[in-house]
Structure formats: C-alpha cells, structure tokens
Design a protein. Sequence first.
Lengths: 113, 111
Amino acid sequence: DPKIIQKPKYLVAVTGSEKILICEQYLGHNAMYWYRQSAKKPLEFMFSYSYQKLMDNQTASSRFQPQSSKKNHLDLQITALKPDDSATYFCASSQDRGADTQYFGPGTRLLVL
Amino acid sequence: SQLAEENSWALSVHEGESVTVNCSYKTSITALQWYRQKSGKGPAQLILIRSNEREKRNGRLRATLDTSSQSSSLSITATRCEDTAVYFCAFVNTGNYKYVFGAGTRLKVIA
C-alpha cells in the first residue's frame, strides 16, 4: 500500500487558473515537505511543515500556499498559474524535521498551457 | 553555482561491474543523503550519513563522507540492470533543516 499519496498524478491547467495538489502520508510522520522538480533543474525545496506549522518557506512567490488541515495532510495551492510552473511536484515526509530520512510520494506532474 | 553537485552527469557500466558517484558541497552540513530516482517515480533514500560519520553501508551500497574536502561518494558493487536510475546527493545545512539536492548523475547499467 502506498504510504504517501499524491493526487492527482497528472494535471493540466490553463494559464491564470488555480489548482490544488493533494498530499497525504500514512507513515505517522510529524514533518512534511513540498519539492519541485523541473526538467533542467535539481530537485528544489519549497516548504517544510512540522506538527502542521510552517517552518521553512523557500518559495519566493506567494502564489504557492501550503495548506495543512490535518497532521498527515499537506496540500499545495497554486494560484495564477504560469507556464513556468510546469514541473513535477513531490510531497515528502520524515519522522521529525531535521536530518531524518525523507520519504517521497510519487509526485504530481503539472503542465500549464 | 550549485551548493551541491555530483561530479558526473551520466555514467554507464556493464552489469556486475562496480561504479562510484561523487558529490561535492560548499557549506557546513549536518548530514548528507544519497537518493535514487527511477523514471517516473519519486526519489528513494539509499543512505543517510551524518557529519560525524565517515562511512555507511547498505547492502551493495557504500557511502563515504569527507567533511574536510566537503565531498561524498556512493559506490555500488555488483551492479544490476535495476540499478539504472538517477542518483542524487542531498545535504542538510548546519543551522537549518533545508535539504539541498544536487542535479544528479544518470547511471545506466547495461546487461
């Protein structure tokens, strides 16, 4: 059974629209993260949450807003989508924030037209 | 320039051979992790090595860490076709908990 679920697997959006990427983890972890992976760039850290509290924000744009309704949920809302937002977005979790093993979800591949 | 980088963009070896991927970084770290990512999948952690450790093993995998030269290596022995993947190093900055990933080395194991 998958321990980290990301929905949807694929997402196509038009420029200017808004989408929400879903992430749920069933590992009992206290920390969750979002990463972005574009075609020609390294995996890029975006946010970290610990006990549902935002701890780190490496995303310059306020168009990206994480939302944590439950300890094991960390969704990512993206507004005013741009073609440059096209990437695969990975959710990850770890037991606690810090130098712990991070487990990654399968990713949501977003294409903005 | 990137804070973390692997020293090869792509490698190919024949099944059964050994291969080493190297990584360098440019800051003080708490730990360094090696990940593998197969096509269409999320990264999967292989080995975590903390700054006070010099070597860690996991089956056919061996990671080393040299904090004086700010470098790490991942060696894979007796490679198999299923080892074909992109291998990343990622480190955790001392003082914060943000992971920084290198661009990755694409390894192809040929039967």
